[in-house]
Design a protein around this ligand. Structure first.
Ligand code: IPE
Ligand code: IPE
Ligand code: MG
Length: 246
């Protein structure tokens, strides 16, 4: 089976899970798994770019991940800084723009600086958006959104009657991005773990047992093929969808 170029999801989001278990299986420390997850990140970025995905959101660190042992958190943060340095060239060559969502202000200064630099240097790239979710939690995002909308109401820039789904979309961290079409989670866990709750309202979900450090382009393409066999009805009935496609 071939990937249909006319049915590529615009926005793919990935919960990159299973690094710790991958390392444990090999009798190694958890951080060994994180280090080996970097290759999978590169493969997925390349694969998504190759088939014409417009936005790729990667869940790299959640608000809840701050509760992990400090040593693990520190290593994840330094891996982030080093990977950004290593990926810059590839992002430029492939015309990929880096963006972030989450409480970036809570990251170590060094990571913030690196993110700012790569974001700035790639801001005019147009082939794909690589959106990194860092210190991201969907509930925190919604709290932040409500605060920002409330401020506008208090300042009389906005009336309560004007609040609608569009206004909410425009105040989320993802305000520049389309809804998620396809959500992939590796490692066999079947949960959302506080990721993009609003944006996945109508996403297709895909769960695979592959652990993140083992995830390769072929696994990504297999997931896309699975997505392409689905019928997205958005509440309508099949016959209406078939007519829409004619
Ligand atoms: C995903 O792998 C990476 C992060 C959450 C940062 P895990 O570290 O969660 O690996 P498991 O789930 O414990 O195997
Ligand atoms: C979700 O994975 C967060 C990321 C992949 C960054 P976790 O491993 O933190 O999720 P839970 O705790 O198992 O739900
Ligand atoms: Mg996990």
């Amino acid at each position: 089976m071939q990937i249909d170029p006319l049915k590529i999801p615009n926005h793919v989001a990935v919960i990159m899970d299973g690094n710790g278990r991958w390392a444990k299986q090999k009798g190694m420390a958890r951080v060994f798994g994180h280090k080996n997850g970097v290759k999978a990140v590169r493969e997925v970025i390349e694969a998504a770019r190759e088939i014409g995905v417009k936005v790729l959101t990667l869940y790299a660190f959640s608000t809840e991940n701050w509760n992990r042992p400090k040593k693990e958190v520190d290593i994840l943060m330094s891996l982030l800084v080093n990977s950004l340095k290593d990926e810059l060239k590839g992002l430029q060559e492939n015309n990929i723009k880096l963006q972030t969502i989450g409480q970036i202000q809570n990251l170590p200064k060094k990571a913030q600086r690196e993110l700012q630099e790569v974001t700035h240097l790639t801001q005019n790239n147009t082939a794909m958006v690589l959106n990194l979710a860092l210190s991201y939690g969907a509930r925190e995002e919604i709290v932040n959104t409500i605060k920002n909308i409330s401020k506008k109401v208090v300042n009389k820039q906005l009336s309560i009657e004007e609040i609608n789904e569009n206004i909410i979309n425009n105040h989320l961290y993802t305000f520049t991005l389309p809804d998620v079409d396809f959500l992939i989670r590796t490692s066999g866990e079947k949960r959302i773990s506080n990721f993009l709750l609003w944006q996945i309202a109508y996403a297709e979900l895909y769960f695979t047992n592959v652990l993140w450090p083992d995830f390769r382009k072929e696994d990504f393409f297999k997931a896309i093929l699975n997505y392409q066999q689905r019928e997205r009805r958005f509440g309508k009935i099949s016959e209406q969808i078939e007519n829409d496609n004619e």
